[in-house]
Write a protein that binds this ligand. Structure first.
Ligand SMILES: NC(=O)c1ccc[n+]([C@@H]2O[C@H](COP(=O)([O-])OP(=O)(O)OC[C@H]3O[C@@H](n4cnc5c(N)ncnc54)[C@H](OP(=O)(O)O)[C@@H]3O)[C@@H](O)[C@H]2O)c1
Length: 265
Protein backbone atom coordinates (compact mmCIF):
# COMPACT_ATOMS: atom_id res chain seq x y z
CA UNK A 1 0.00 0.00 0.00
CA UNK A 2 1.40 3.41 -1.01
CA UNK A 3 1.92 5.80 1.90
CA UNK A 4 2.40 9.52 2.50
CA UNK A 5 5.20 10.20 4.96
CA UNK A 6 5.31 13.15 7.33
CA UNK A 7 7.91 13.63 10.03
CA UNK A 8 8.13 10.21 11.70
CA UNK A 9 4.83 8.84 10.37
CA UNK A 10 3.68 6.90 7.30
CA UNK A 11 -0.03 7.26 6.49
CA UNK A 12 -1.53 4.82 3.96
CA UNK A 13 -2.39 6.93 0.89
CA UNK A 14 -5.99 5.77 0.81
CA UNK A 15 -8.26 5.26 3.79
CA UNK A 16 -11.93 4.50 4.27
CA UNK A 17 -14.03 7.50 5.35
CA UNK A 18 -16.83 6.45 7.69
CA UNK A 19 -18.89 9.58 8.34
CA UNK A 20 -22.61 8.63 8.26
CA UNK A 21 -21.88 4.89 8.11
CA UNK A 22 -23.81 3.35 10.98
CA UNK A 23 -24.76 0.00 12.48
CA UNK A 24 -24.37 -3.25 10.52
CA UNK A 25 -23.64 -1.39 7.25
CA UNK A 26 -20.66 0.25 8.92
CA UNK A 27 -19.33 -3.05 10.35
CA UNK A 28 -19.72 -4.78 6.99
CA UNK A 29 -18.16 -2.00 4.91
CA UNK A 30 -15.17 -1.69 7.25
CA UNK A 31 -14.59 -5.46 7.21
CA UNK A 32 -14.96 -5.65 3.41
CA UNK A 33 -12.70 -2.64 2.85
CA UNK A 34 -9.94 -4.29 4.88
CA UNK A 35 -10.43 -7.60 3.05
CA UNK A 36 -10.10 -5.74 -0.27
CA UNK A 37 -6.83 -4.06 0.73
CA UNK A 38 -7.63 -0.83 2.59
CA UNK A 39 -5.28 -0.39 5.55
CA UNK A 40 -6.50 2.94 6.94
CA UNK A 41 -9.80 3.81 8.66
CA UNK A 42 -11.04 7.32 9.43
CA UNK A 43 -13.60 7.81 12.20
CA UNK A 44 -14.41 10.40 14.89
CA UNK A 45 -16.25 10.49 18.19
CA UNK A 46 -18.80 12.72 16.42
CA UNK A 47 -19.61 10.00 13.82
CA UNK A 48 -21.16 7.78 16.49
CA UNK A 49 -19.73 4.65 14.84
CA UNK A 50 -16.45 3.91 16.64
CA UNK A 51 -17.91 0.67 18.10
CA UNK A 52 -18.84 -0.53 14.61
CA UNK A 53 -15.48 0.52 13.13
CA UNK A 54 -13.71 -1.48 15.84
CA UNK A 55 -15.99 -4.46 15.23
CA UNK A 56 -15.30 -4.36 11.47
CA UNK A 57 -11.57 -4.20 12.15
CA UNK A 58 -11.70 -7.29 14.38
CA UNK A 59 -13.95 -9.14 11.89
CA UNK A 60 -11.36 -8.60 9.14
CA UNK A 61 -8.90 -10.83 11.01
CA UNK A 62 -6.04 -8.44 10.24
CA UNK A 63 -3.36 -7.78 12.81
CA UNK A 64 -3.85 -4.52 14.69
CA UNK A 65 -0.42 -3.29 13.60
CA UNK A 66 -1.37 -3.61 9.92
CA UNK A 67 -4.21 -1.04 10.03
CA UNK A 68 -3.85 2.71 10.54
CA UNK A 69 -6.77 4.01 12.64
CA UNK A 70 -7.61 7.71 12.96
CA UNK A 71 -10.17 9.23 15.30
CA UNK A 72 -10.99 12.84 16.23
CA UNK A 73 -11.95 14.76 19.35
CA UNK A 74 -14.97 17.07 19.03
CA UNK A 75 -14.47 20.72 20.19
CA UNK A 76 -16.90 20.37 23.12
CA UNK A 77 -14.23 18.11 24.65
CA UNK A 78 -11.25 20.44 24.18
CA UNK A 79 -10.56 21.33 27.83
CA UNK A 80 -7.65 19.17 29.08
CA UNK A 81 -9.61 16.82 31.39
CA UNK A 82 -12.35 16.45 28.78
CA UNK A 83 -9.89 15.72 25.97
CA UNK A 84 -8.23 12.95 27.96
CA UNK A 85 -11.63 11.48 28.81
CA UNK A 86 -12.83 11.75 25.19
CA UNK A 87 -9.70 10.02 23.85
CA UNK A 88 -10.09 7.21 26.39
CA UNK A 89 -13.81 6.87 25.56
CA UNK A 90 -12.94 6.60 21.84
CA UNK A 91 -10.40 3.87 22.59
CA UNK A 92 -12.93 1.99 24.71
CA UNK A 93 -15.54 2.13 21.92
CA UNK A 94 -12.99 1.11 19.29
CA UNK A 95 -11.68 -1.56 21.69
CA UNK A 96 -8.10 -0.46 21.00
CA UNK A 97 -5.18 0.34 23.30
CA UNK A 98 -4.14 3.30 21.12
CA UNK A 99 -5.10 4.93 17.84
CA UNK A 100 -2.53 5.66 15.16
CA UNK A 101 -3.69 9.24 14.80
CA UNK A 102 -5.73 11.51 17.08
CA UNK A 103 -6.98 14.79 15.55
CA UNK A 104 -8.64 17.95 16.82
CA UNK A 105 -11.78 17.80 14.65
CA UNK A 106 -12.39 21.57 14.25
CA UNK A 107 -10.88 24.65 15.90
CA UNK A 108 -12.82 25.88 18.94
CA UNK A 109 -13.61 29.52 19.67
CA UNK A 110 -14.36 28.72 23.33
CA UNK A 111 -11.34 26.87 24.77
CA UNK A 112 -7.84 28.41 24.51
CA UNK A 113 -5.79 26.56 21.89
CA UNK A 114 -2.78 26.45 24.25
CA UNK A 115 -4.75 24.26 26.69
CA UNK A 116 -6.08 21.97 23.96
CA UNK A 117 -2.75 21.48 22.22
CA UNK A 118 -1.14 20.77 25.60
CA UNK A 119 -3.77 18.11 26.26
CA UNK A 120 -3.36 16.61 22.77
CA UNK A 121 0.41 16.33 23.30
CA UNK A 122 -0.21 14.78 26.71
CA UNK A 123 -2.55 12.20 25.12
CA UNK A 124 0.30 11.19 22.84
CA UNK A 125 2.82 11.01 25.69
CA UNK A 126 0.36 8.90 27.70
CA UNK A 127 0.28 6.38 24.84
CA UNK A 128 -3.34 6.98 23.78
CA UNK A 129 -2.21 7.88 20.23
CA UNK A 130 0.92 7.09 18.21
CA UNK A 131 0.60 10.39 16.34
CA UNK A 132 -1.40 13.59 16.67
CA UNK A 133 -2.64 16.19 14.20
CA UNK A 134 -5.24 18.75 13.20
CA UNK A 135 -8.36 18.97 11.07
CA UNK A 136 -9.92 22.06 9.50
CA UNK A 137 -7.11 24.36 10.64
CA UNK A 138 -5.90 27.22 8.42
CA UNK A 139 -4.34 30.68 8.63
CA UNK A 140 -3.30 32.03 12.03
CA UNK A 141 -4.84 29.15 13.99
CA UNK A 142 -2.70 26.66 12.10
CA UNK A 143 0.44 28.72 12.79
CA UNK A 144 -0.50 29.05 16.46
CA UNK A 145 -1.16 25.32 16.84
CA UNK A 146 2.23 24.44 15.35
CA UNK A 147 4.02 26.93 17.62
CA UNK A 148 2.27 25.63 20.73
CA UNK A 149 2.84 21.94 20.07
CA UNK A 150 5.74 20.19 21.74
CA UNK A 151 5.09 17.00 19.72
CA UNK A 152 5.07 16.71 15.91
CA UNK A 153 1.67 17.48 14.35
CA UNK A 154 1.79 15.03 11.47
CA UNK A 155 -1.23 16.10 9.42
CA UNK A 156 -3.99 18.55 8.67
CA UNK A 157 -7.18 16.90 7.43
CA UNK A 158 -9.15 19.32 5.24
CA UNK A 159 -11.76 19.30 2.47
CA UNK A 160 -10.01 18.76 -0.88
CA UNK A 161 -11.44 17.74 -4.25
CA UNK A 162 -11.24 19.10 -7.81
CA UNK A 163 -13.94 21.76 -7.25
CA UNK A 164 -12.32 23.52 -4.26
CA UNK A 165 -9.20 25.69 -4.16
CA UNK A 166 -7.35 24.90 -0.93
CA UNK A 167 -3.89 25.95 -2.10
CA UNK A 168 -3.23 28.29 0.87
CA UNK A 169 -4.09 25.77 3.58
CA UNK A 170 -2.14 23.06 1.73
CA UNK A 171 0.98 25.24 1.39
CA UNK A 172 0.82 26.29 5.05
CA UNK A 173 0.39 22.70 6.25
CA UNK A 174 3.24 21.43 4.11
CA UNK A 175 5.51 24.30 5.18
CA UNK A 176 5.28 22.77 8.66
CA UNK A 177 6.04 19.25 7.43
CA UNK A 178 2.46 18.05 7.78
CA UNK A 179 0.81 15.50 5.50
CA UNK A 180 -2.45 16.74 3.99
CA UNK A 181 -5.40 14.37 4.25
CA UNK A 182 -8.16 15.14 1.74
CA UNK A 183 -11.69 14.66 3.05
CA UNK A 184 -14.75 14.62 0.77
CA UNK A 185 -12.31 13.59 -2.02
CA UNK A 186 -15.10 12.69 -4.45
CA UNK A 187 -17.00 15.87 -3.48
CA UNK A 188 -19.69 13.75 -1.81
CA UNK A 189 -20.40 12.06 -5.14
CA UNK A 190 -20.64 15.29 -7.19
CA UNK A 191 -17.56 14.35 -9.26
CA UNK A 192 -19.77 11.79 -11.02
CA UNK A 193 -21.67 14.61 -12.75
CA UNK A 194 -18.62 16.45 -14.07
CA UNK A 195 -18.06 16.23 -17.85
CA UNK A 196 -14.31 17.01 -17.73
CA UNK A 197 -13.59 14.26 -15.19
CA UNK A 198 -15.80 11.82 -17.11
CA UNK A 199 -14.00 12.55 -20.41
CA UNK A 200 -10.54 12.16 -18.86
CA UNK A 201 -11.70 8.98 -17.14
CA UNK A 202 -12.94 7.52 -20.41
CA UNK A 203 -9.47 7.92 -21.94
CA UNK A 204 -8.04 5.78 -19.10
CA UNK A 205 -10.97 3.39 -18.80
CA UNK A 206 -11.69 4.83 -15.34
CA UNK A 207 -14.67 6.57 -13.71
CA UNK A 208 -14.86 10.27 -12.83
CA UNK A 209 -14.51 9.32 -9.14
CA UNK A 210 -11.31 7.39 -9.86
CA UNK A 211 -9.94 10.39 -11.79
CA UNK A 212 -10.73 12.67 -8.83
CA UNK A 213 -8.95 10.34 -6.39
CA UNK A 214 -5.98 9.85 -8.75
CA UNK A 215 -5.72 13.64 -9.20
CA UNK A 216 -5.37 13.94 -5.41
CA UNK A 217 -2.95 11.07 -4.72
CA UNK A 218 -0.79 12.28 -7.59
CA UNK A 219 -0.33 15.51 -5.57
CA UNK A 220 0.74 13.48 -2.52
CA UNK A 221 -2.54 13.92 -0.64
CA UNK A 222 -3.95 11.09 1.45
CA UNK A 223 -7.56 10.41 0.33
CA UNK A 224 -10.34 9.02 2.54
CA UNK A 225 -13.39 8.40 0.32
CA UNK A 226 -16.51 7.03 1.96
CA UNK A 227 -18.96 4.62 0.40
CA UNK A 228 -21.74 2.40 1.70
CA UNK A 229 -21.46 0.14 -1.38
CA UNK A 230 -19.04 -2.80 -1.59
CA UNK A 231 -18.53 -2.43 -5.36
CA UNK A 232 -17.44 1.17 -4.90
CA UNK A 233 -14.84 0.10 -2.33
CA UNK A 234 -12.95 -1.67 -5.14
CA UNK A 235 -13.56 1.17 -7.58
CA UNK A 236 -12.13 3.76 -5.20
CA UNK A 237 -9.09 1.58 -4.47
CA UNK A 238 -8.20 1.03 -8.16
CA UNK A 239 -6.34 4.31 -8.60
CA UNK A 240 -2.74 3.16 -8.45
CA UNK A 241 -2.55 1.50 -11.89
CA UNK A 242 -2.77 4.62 -14.09
CA UNK A 243 -1.37 8.16 -14.19
CA UNK A 244 -2.79 11.49 -15.30
CA UNK A 245 -0.64 13.52 -17.68
CA UNK A 246 0.53 17.06 -16.78
CA UNK A 247 -2.07 18.39 -19.29
CA UNK A 248 -4.86 16.39 -17.65
CA UNK A 249 -3.76 17.55 -14.18
CA UNK A 250 -3.80 21.18 -15.38
CA UNK A 251 -7.25 20.78 -16.89
CA UNK A 252 -8.63 19.38 -13.61
CA UNK A 253 -6.96 22.17 -11.60
CA UNK A 254 -9.05 24.64 -13.61
CA UNK A 255 -12.26 23.24 -12.05
CA UNK A 256 -11.31 24.63 -8.61
CA UNK A 257 -13.17 27.59 -7.07
CA UNK A 258 -12.66 29.27 -3.67
CA UNK A 259 -16.41 28.73 -3.10
CA UNK A 260 -16.47 25.08 -4.16
CA UNK A 261 -17.00 23.51 -0.72
CA UNK A 262 -19.52 20.64 -0.58
CA UNK A 263 -19.41 20.30 3.21
CA UNK A 264 -22.93 21.61 3.82
CA UNK A 265 -24.42 20.20 0.62
N1 LIG B 1 -12.46 16.25 9.35
C1 LIG B 1 -13.65 16.64 8.96
O1 LIG B 1 -14.20 17.66 9.39
C2 LIG B 1 -14.37 15.81 7.93
C3 LIG B 1 -15.47 16.35 7.24
C4 LIG B 1 -16.08 15.55 6.28
C5 LIG B 1 -15.60 14.27 6.02
N2 LIG B 1 -14.55 13.76 6.74
C6 LIG B 1 -14.05 12.38 6.52
O2 LIG B 1 -13.82 12.19 5.13
C7 LIG B 1 -14.59 11.10 4.65
C8 LIG B 1 -15.00 11.33 3.20
O3 LIG B 1 -15.73 12.52 3.05
P1 LIG B 1 -17.31 12.54 2.79
O4 LIG B 1 -17.91 11.36 3.40
O5 LIG B 1 -17.78 13.91 3.21
O6 LIG B 1 -17.44 12.56 1.21
P2 LIG B 1 -16.89 11.71 -0.04
O7 LIG B 1 -16.09 10.55 0.39
O8 LIG B 1 -16.32 12.71 -0.99
O9 LIG B 1 -18.26 11.24 -0.69
C9 LIG B 1 -19.08 10.25 -0.13
C10 LIG B 1 -20.30 10.14 -1.02
O10 LIG B 1 -19.89 9.87 -2.35
C11 LIG B 1 -20.48 8.67 -2.82
N3 LIG B 1 -19.41 7.91 -3.50
C12 LIG B 1 -18.35 7.27 -2.96
N4 LIG B 1 -17.61 6.69 -3.90
C13 LIG B 1 -18.20 6.97 -5.09
C14 LIG B 1 -17.91 6.61 -6.44
N5 LIG B 1 -16.86 5.87 -6.75
N6 LIG B 1 -18.76 7.08 -7.41
C15 LIG B 1 -19.82 7.84 -7.10
N7 LIG B 1 -20.16 8.18 -5.85
C16 LIG B 1 -19.36 7.75 -4.84
C17 LIG B 1 -21.00 7.95 -1.60
O11 LIG B 1 -22.24 7.33 -1.90
P3 LIG B 1 -22.49 5.74 -1.67
O12 LIG B 1 -22.43 5.52 -0.19
O13 LIG B 1 -23.86 5.57 -2.26
O14 LIG B 1 -21.41 5.05 -2.43
C18 LIG B 1 -21.25 9.07 -0.60
O15 LIG B 1 -22.56 9.59 -0.74
C19 LIG B 1 -15.77 11.06 5.64
O16 LIG B 1 -16.50 9.87 5.56
C20 LIG B 1 -15.04 11.30 6.93
O17 LIG B 1 -14.38 10.11 7.34
C21 LIG B 1 -13.91 14.53 7.67
Amino acid sequence: MAAVTAQNAAIPAIGLGTWELRGRVCVRIVEQALRLGYRHLDTAEMYDNEREVGEGLRASGLRRADVFVTTKVWPTHFSPPELERAAKDSLRRLSLAEVDLLLLHWPSSKIPLSETIGALCQAKRAGLARHIGLSNFAGELLEEAVKLSTEPLICNQIEIHPFLDQSEAVAASRAHGMAVVAYSPVAKGAVGKDAVLARIGKAHNKTAAQVSLRFLVQQDFVVIPRTSKVERLSENLAIFDFALSPQEMAEIHKLARPTGSVLTS
